[in-house]
Design a protein around this ligand. Structure first.
Ligand code: ZN
Length: 318
């Protein structure tokens, strides 16, 4: 059988306002590791924060462009509207108590499909998140110490896309992007390239919804994982042959990327698994220093001075 070109989710990138609030929520409350602190390569006066498990494995990477004062966006169709994280099944009570303790509003537990238990919450910017309590997620998780490792978030569970016409998105996932339909209920269809937690794409048919608008608290794009540069060029050709408008390959330092819009308007990316976050700092030091691509190094002082000072202090959220 031909190897798959798409293996699952690589990362999710979202918009946020205050940088410190963003750092506190994702490292402090959720307990993810900051695996890279860099800048937006197209606008180096804005940070680019990457969070994930210990190594920042594909399927665990949530990234933000925090920009103070950014106007709030609106959730709606044509967007990825929910980012789901996976936690161990036995951690439900722990997370209910933890969210209460830090005054994070949530609803649930809710149930989806036959036996999926989850709670819905919002991050510090209004981005819709879920914690899904999985019995079968074998990934290691990560802790700074403030959350017991056995209750830690393991990475993504999946993504929810809200669509005006979900059939078009389904066709792209099934026919071009190596996904299979694995569950279906009402107006919700679940697709996956790997079949395991981390890679679920839930497509919601919501023609009656208003269109989403970009801004703080909304997703910018959803990136799918491909094995390497060769498979990336193959999927690029395949997408072009089906009439999608795909960018050239862009060097994002930690992976290589192509971008295109799926038929409902959600921005998709396909990113290579290598080289990863250890390319420019030691695995034990990930996220501690401001890393710049070499073409910005000559401007380091100017760039650092223009950025808001932030502090990594997850232990404050014990
Ligand atoms: Zn991306």
């Amino acid at each position: 059988m031909k190897p798959q070109l798409i293996n699952g989710i690589h990362h999710v990138t979202a918009m946020a306002d205050d940088a410190q609030k963003n750092l506190d929520f994702y490292t402090g409350i959720l307990g993810l590791r900051m695996v890279k602190k860099t800048v937006n390569f197209d606008a180096p006066d804005v940070y680019h924060f990457y969070y994930g498990n210990e190594t920042g494995s594909p399927g665990t990477i949530m990234t933000f462009f925090p920009f103070a004062g950014m106007a709030k966006g609106r959730h709606g169709k044509g967007q990825m509207t929910v980012t789901s994280f996976s936690a161990p099944a036995e951690s439900l009570d722990y997370w209910l108590a933890r969210l209460k303790k830090f005054n994070i509003n949530f609803t649930g537990p809710h149930q989806r499909f036959d036996d999926e238990m989850f709670i819905s919450l919002q991050d510090a910017h209004g981005l819709a998140l879920e914690l899904v309590f999985n019995k079968s997620d074998l990934r290691p998780g990560f802790t700074y110490g403030q959350i017991p490792l056995e209750y830690s978030v393991k990475g993504f569970h999946g993504a929810v896309l809200s669509e005006d016409n979900s059939d078009r998105t389904a066709k792209l996932l099934l026919e071009t992007m190596d996904h299979k339909l694995i569950a279906e209920k009402g107006n919700l269809k679940r697709f996956s390239a790997s079949g395991v937690p981390g890679d679920f794409i839930d497509v919601l048919n919501t023609p009656e919804a208003a269109r989403g608008l970009g801004g703080s608290g909304t997703i910018h794009h959803l990136a799918f994982a491909t094995a390497d540069d060769v498979s990336q060029l193959e999927i690029r050709e395949k997408l072009l042959s089906k009439g999608h408008q795909v960018t050239e390959v862009l060097d994002r330092q930690y992976f290589h990327s192509i971008y295109f819009r799926e038929p409902g308007g959600v921005l998709f990316e396909v990113a290579t698994n290598p080289p990863g976050f250890a390319i420019d700092e030691h695995p034990s030091k990930l996220g501690e220093a401001l890393k710049l691509p070499q073409w910005y190094e000559p401007m380091r002082d100017k760039i650092e001075n223009a950025l808001e000072k932030v502090e990594l202090k997850p232990e404050k959220f014990s």
